[in-house]
Design a protein. Structure first.
Length: 468
């Protein structure tokens, strides 16, 4: 059982924040020229159709968890999208970033521009350049445009983390709740871990034991609600309506993503980059945070099932000693991993409604950033009714790219009405409908119809604007 759980976690974390495929589809590669190489230590891949239409799509991938990485550099979120774009005459380029693994956002912001410079000097100056990215690659794409005004004509982001600093704070909230409520006397370092692997193993054991009881599952639900984690994780299944099913799927996110992706074993990588601990829960009122959470009803249901009073646990959280950030580390993360929302070019975002890896509140927070610092007329935000993180099919990705390019060409947005987007994606045909399920340890895919929807995300639980 332990082996199977760890196998699932390895696959989940790799797919959750990184690539969704490792091999390109079969195609007539004589239709394009391939360039591969290394620029200042960063491997890159470029494909240019022989009948290039003058547009370059610069793609930014998500986070890779060592030692896993795809067999080849990604040029789109879905392999079918890559094939379609090349067939339509688009040039594609991507870097694997120096170091490849971990939160290499600072490196990516340099390496992607170096690749764009190489492309212009070696292949030619594009008529238009758009940048596209998924998960961690979404904030990379946005910051590429924000840091280099005039270099990009448009930005497409999918399943984006726009406030990575806020994600680490939210993850700390959840892990803090798990430790405080499940093992208050255990010697487990959530930040600055003295023995990361031992701390990770201890926290894993505590949470695994908690999952066996109603009381333990209620406290896992409380932790999930503090992070606004939805009760929908399985991309290949409809959104659950029974509370017990919603709690089980919420727990998949908490234990299968945050415990492992942001736990003690993951801390050394981000703290090394930032030069210390960037996360804090000083001054956070968890009772207020739960009251504002869309997971409040699930918590109440779970606590009733366990015959417990959540108020007692909230009192314990309120009394527990807090964790402070190292100011320089917090400043590093804010500087490199938080989108400002200045919109120097049109931006189109897409999120699945059941995303617990990069919660949909991230998109809402980015919209607020644009209203504060940019031009709201340059932003459109779209949603797909589906569970999972980055669980888009190629039809949806292609229609999003076409919508962005139409805005670039015409100077005005075409309709982003969900019915129109769904119809356009459906018209592409069945070859573009495969969707991955991140909680399938075999990496299974299933054909699913495009399904854009109207959606108002809950608020980002711990935005950086509240943690500085």
């Amino acid at each position: 059982m332990t082996y199977l759980r760890r196998t699932l976690v390895t696959v989940l974390v790799a797919l959750l924040l990184g690539a969704l495929f490792s091999a390109a589809p079969a195609a007539a590669e004589n239709r394009w020229r391939t360039h591969e190489g290394t620029i200042d230590g960063a491997d890159f891949l470029v494909k240019v159709p022989k009948r290039w239409n003058g547009t370059l799509v610069l793609y930014s991938h998500g986070l890779y968890v060592e030692p896993w990485k795809p067999e080849r550099i990604m040029l789109a979120t879905r392999p079918e999208t890559e094939e379609w774009l090349l067939g339509q005459g688009y040039a594609l380029a991507a870097s694997n970033y120096k170091g490849v693994f971990g939160h290499a956002i600072e490196e990516a912001l340099t390496d992607q521009i170096a690749l764009l410079d190489w492309f212009q000097a070696t292949v030619g100056r594009p008529r238009r350049t758009v940048t596209s990215g998924m998960s961690m690659g979404a904030v990379i794409s946005l910051k590429l445009a924000e840091n280099n005004p005039g270099r990009f004509d448009g930005v497409l982001t999918q399943c984006g983390e726009y406030d990575v600093n806020g994600t680490w704070n939210s993850a700390l909230d959840m892990l803090f709740a798990l430790k405080t409520l499940l093992a208050p006397d255990a010697d487990i370092d959530l930040v600055r871990p003295r023995d990361p692997q031992a701390a990770q193993a201890a926290l894993e054991a505590v949470v695994a034991e908690a999952q066996k009881t109603d009381a333990g599952r209620a406290r896992i639900a409380l932790a999930g609600a503090l992070g606004a984690i939805p009760g929908w994780a399985l991309a290949h299944e409809p959104e659950p309506t029974v509370p017990a099913d919603r709690l089980a799927q919420q727990a998949l996110w908490v234990t299968g993503a945050y415990l492992y992706g942001y736990g003690p074993a993951a801390r050394p990588e981000i703290e090394r980059r930032a030069g210390g601990n960037p996360s804090s829960n000083t001054g956070i009122d968890y009772r207020r945070q739960l009251t504002r959470s869309t997971g409040l009803d699930l918590v109440r249901h779970a606590y009733r099932a366990g015959g417990m009073d959540p108020e007692a646990d909230l009192d314990r959280l309120a009394a527990a000693p807090r964790i402070s950030a190292d100011p320089e580390a917090r400043a590093y993360l804010h500087r490199h991993t938080v989108a400002r929302g200045t919109t120097p070019s049109p931006v189109l975002t897409a999120h699945t409604t059941g995303d617990g890896g990069a919660v949909a509140g991230q998109a809402r927070w980015y919209g607020d950033q644009v209203r504060r610092n940019g031009d709201p007329g340059l932003l459109r935000q779209t949603y797909v009714s589906r569970g999972g993180h980055c669980s888009f099919n190629a039809a949806e990705e292609i229609v999003l790219l076409r919508t962005l390019l139409s805005r670039v060409d015409d100077g005005r947005w075409p309709s982003t009405d969900p019915r129109r987007l769904t119809a356009a994606a459906t018209a592409l045909g069945s070859a573009y409908r495969l969707v991955p399920d991140l909680f399938d340890p075999q990496g299974g895919e299933k054909a699913m119809s495009p399904l854009f929807t109207r959606f108002t995300p809950p608020a980002h639980p711990r935005p950086s604007s509240e943690s500085r």
